[in-house]
Design a protein around this ligand. Structure first.
Ligand SMILES: Nc1ncnc2c1ncn2[C@@H]1O[C@H](COP(=O)(O)OP(=O)(O)OP(=O)(O)O)[C@@H](O)[C@H]1O
Ligand SMILES: C[C@@](O)(CCO)CC(=O)[O-]
Ligand SMILES: [Mg+2]
Length: 415
């Protein structure tokens, strides 16, 4: 596909089953309609470099043709070969390209990019990749999966793997994006379950389960109910990679105790899926009860944080709803499912205490909605000045959403 290329993918909220999903238990997640990542691929200033411009994490890096020439492409573009273990030769070859990057945010984003770039289109030079996100980064709402999906789709197109139909992404193409974005997630956090990239690829909501043979089973939940919910970002930084590794260590130390907890979490997700398929006044309290139990089990795995417990304690003491951490925990976000009778005044008070006293950020966003998408080169070219201005450092989340949010603007996205 010719340049420019523009891709997008949503963030997600895990309703049931974070952490247990990594250990092959079922889990439920939904895409978040208004929190998305966008990737623009354009010609670089010179024809012999590859440039990353990721202003959200302060990364602007150029690799020269000479540096890139030391890495050879893996011989076969078969995702399954990278599934269990990332390719050790490619990893070793990428190390010198990554050594000047600062901190884990930049390192992991660039590693994910380079791995997909060399696997899917490694000889192309003179390209610049710019990423902007309206989703908070490293906060439990699937930012790593949404950037991985944007990269897998754009690089898949650049490498000529995904150009079968101009007017839609076929099922096979979505499966390709899902597989390669899972590999991108592996670069970012080691042992992902694959639930985040599945939701970011296919959209809507999924009942997901990783299989023992590393394959995944995800059932789309098309009519996901709009559960009245507040998402609160504590802004406490954390890393999914570190938290997932911590749970693995705990299982190794306490297998008899922790394995049944993970099993219980899987049961919560299965039971939750049945309730969500038929949610009404009669079973709403059951849903809230499952949410409360899931949070308690996550606390027992050691992945909560005092900052998340503030949200839970406030929600409980105001009797406004039921709170559970979402995503990997350790900071980041919690969701509060509002009680049916929560008054608008109480909801406002709850949000205002969190925002003003604790300096947290709250969101009320719809769940479900489109997965990954791209824009045709013609559509981008017609709107290039506007689109390029959005990818500059100073553009805000509302600028991004006002102009680019799929389904909400006049620009045509292809799904
Ligand atoms: N907009 C972005 N620009 C650059 N890098 C990003 C962006 N969004 C995410 N990333 C990459 O994703 C990493 C964050 O991934 P991490 O899995 O820790 O958090 P998360 O995906 O937001 O939360 P969770 O996995 O719990 O849902 C960052 O370190 C960075 O490398
Ligand atoms: C913590 C975790 O379960 C969810 C992160 O959003 C990790 C994963 O499933 O990959
Ligand atoms: Mg992540």
């Amino acid at each position: 596909m010719s340049l420019p290329i523009l891709t997008s993918a949503p963030g997600k909220v895990i309703i049931f089953g974070e952490h247990s999903a990594v250990f092959n238990e079922p889990a439920i997640a939904a895409s978040v309609s208004s929190l998305r990542t966008y990737l623009l691929v354009t010609e670089a200033e010179t024809s012999d470099i590859v440039e990353l411009d990721f202003p959200d994490i302060g990364l602007d890096h150029k690799w020269s043709a000479a540096e890139l020439s030391h890495v050879s492409m893996p011989s076969k573009v078969v995702a399954i070969e990278h599934f269990k273990n990332l390719n050790p030769e490619l990893n070793a070859a990428l190390e010198p390209l990554l050594k000047s990057l600062h901190g884990s945010l930049q390192y992991h984003a660039a590693y994910c990019f380079l791995y997909l770039y060399f696997s899917l289109c490694g000889t192309r030079r003179g390209v610049k990749f710019t990423v902007k996100s309206s989703s908070p980064i490293g906060a439990g709402l699937g930012s790593s999966a949404s950037i991985s999906v944007c990269l897998a789709l754009a690089i898949g197109k650049l490498g000529g793997h995904l150009n079968s139909k101009p007017e839609k992404l076929t099922k096979l193409e979505l499966d390709f994006v899902n597989k390669w974005s899972f590999i991108g997630e592996k670069c970012i956090h080691g042992t992902p379950s694959g639930i985040d990239n599945a939701v970011a690829t296919y959209g809507n909501a999924v009942l997901f389960q990783r299989q023992a043979n590393a394959e995944t089973k995800s059932e789309q939940i098309l009519d996901f109910p709009q559960i009245p919910m507040i998402l609160t970002n504590t802004k406490i930084p954390r890393s999914t990679k570190v938290l997932v590794a911590g749970v693995k260590d705990l299982i190794t130390r306490q297998p008899e105790i922790v394995s049944p907890i993970l099993k219980s979490m899987g049961q919560l997700a299965s039971r939750g899926a049945k309730i969500l398929a038929d949610l009404d006044d009669s079973n709403y309290a059951d849903l809230c009860e499952l949410i409360r139990i899931n949070h308690g089990l996550l606390v027992s795995l050691g992945v909560s944080h005092p900052g998340l417990e503030i949200i839970k304690a406030l929600g409980d003491s105001m009797s406004i709803g039921t709170t559970k951490l979402t995503g990997a925990g350790g900071g980041g976000c919690a969701l509060t499912i509002l009680n049916r009778d929560a008054s608008p005044e109480d909801v406002e008070k709850f949000k205002s205490i969190l925002e003003n006293e604790h300096k947290y950020k709250t969101y009320m966003t719809g769940l479900g909605g489109p997965g990954c998408a791209f824009m045709s080169s013609e559509e981008i070219k017609e709107n290039l000045p506007v689109i390029e201005s959005l990818f500059r450092k100073q553009s805000s989340v509302s600028d991004l959403n006002n102009t680019l949010l799929p389904g909400k603007t006049n620009l045509k996205w292809v799904h």
